[in-house]
Design a protein around this ligand. Structure first.
Ligand SMILES: Nc1ncnc2c1ncn2[C@@H]1O[C@H](COP(=O)(O)OP(=O)(O)OP(=O)(O)O)[C@@H](O)[C@H]1O
Ligand SMILES: [Mg+2]
Length: 247
């Protein structure tokens, strides 16, 4: 398997606060890679660097062999990288359909009037509806995003992340705040929808991590403590001590 992403010795400080101190790992093409680690370990900061929101203090991000560190998010999005946010990033007043349509449209870079209600002739409607069907939100398509339950709003975020047909998907705690039932649905959905993609997922929910990940990296005090298969991680004494605990 070739590498899709190579995180190369990334350092990041914020006004002297050293958050990442030499993060280094590779993500193979079509691999699902989970990043776990305690609160404040720097997981979201790493996503902000991969997705172009922040520049690293030093180090490089190689995307399909090319150094993309410091490139702006919209450019990376066009190159096939799409991320979801830990904190909700929906257009609350738009409908579920319109939220996903914005992503589909950005992919197709069609000149459609954003504020005009999309009609059934719109060529992007079918693509939007297919995504909504896939994430189980088709019956909610005309409701404003704000009216959805929290779990469904998170599912909508995942739908939007997928709407640009990305090659590399970054999901930052996609199941945070979901009920057990919603989390199980989300696991099945992420499993189904990311089969042919490279996925990096930040998660605190170990059911999600162990159900989905091929490889797990443990971020601890700014560096990767270990990157390995779920079985090895489960039994790694350093990981138990640092994060998982004996439970
Ligand atoms: N823009 C910023 N400016 C200053 N400090 C920041 C900034 N972003 C993150 N930090 C600090 O970096 C550290 C790591 O934060 P980060 O959000 O990356 O952690 P995390 O691993 O995602 O935590 P959580 O599991 O709680 O989401 C924290 O101490 C945080 O306060
Ligand atoms: Mg975070």
């Amino acid at each position: 398997m070739s590498d899709h992403l190579h995180i190369q010795n990334i350092h990041k400080d914020f006004s002297g606060l050293k958050v990442l101190t030499g993060v280094d790992f590779k993500v193979a093409d079509k691999q699902r890679h989970a990043i776990i680690g305690p609160n404040g370990a720097g997981k979201t900061t790493l996503f902000n660097i991969i997705s172009g929101k922040f520049k690293p203090s030093s180090g490089a991000i190689l995307y399909k062999g090319e150094d993309i560190s410091g490139k702006p998010p919209h450019l990376l999005n066009r190159r096939g990288l799409s991320r979801s946010f830990q904190i909700s990033n929906l257009f609350q007043e738009l409908t579920v359909f319109e939220n996903v349509l914005t992503g589909v449209r950005s992919r197709h870079r069609m000149r459609c009037n954003f504020f005009k209600r999309p009609n059934s002739d719109c060529t992007l409607c079918a693509a939007t509806e297919a995504i909504l069907e896939n994430v189980g939100l088709i019956n909610e398509k005309d409701k404003p995003a704000s009216s959805l339950s929290y779990g469904k709003q998170r599912a909508l975020e995942i739908a939007i992340t997928l709407s640009t047909e990305p090659e590399l998907i970054l999901l930052d705690e996609p199941t945070a705040g979901m009920t057990r039932e919603e989390t199980e649905l989300a696991i099945r959905m992420i499993d189904r929808l990311t089969k042919n993609h490279t996925l990096i997922i930040i998660e605190h929910d170990m059911d999600v991590v162990f159900s989905l990940a091929h490889i797990i990296s443990v971020l601890h005090y700014g560096t990767i403590l270990v990157s390995d298969t779920p079985d090895k991680i489960r039994n790694d004494q350093r990981v138990k001590d640092a994060y998982l605990g004996e439970g």
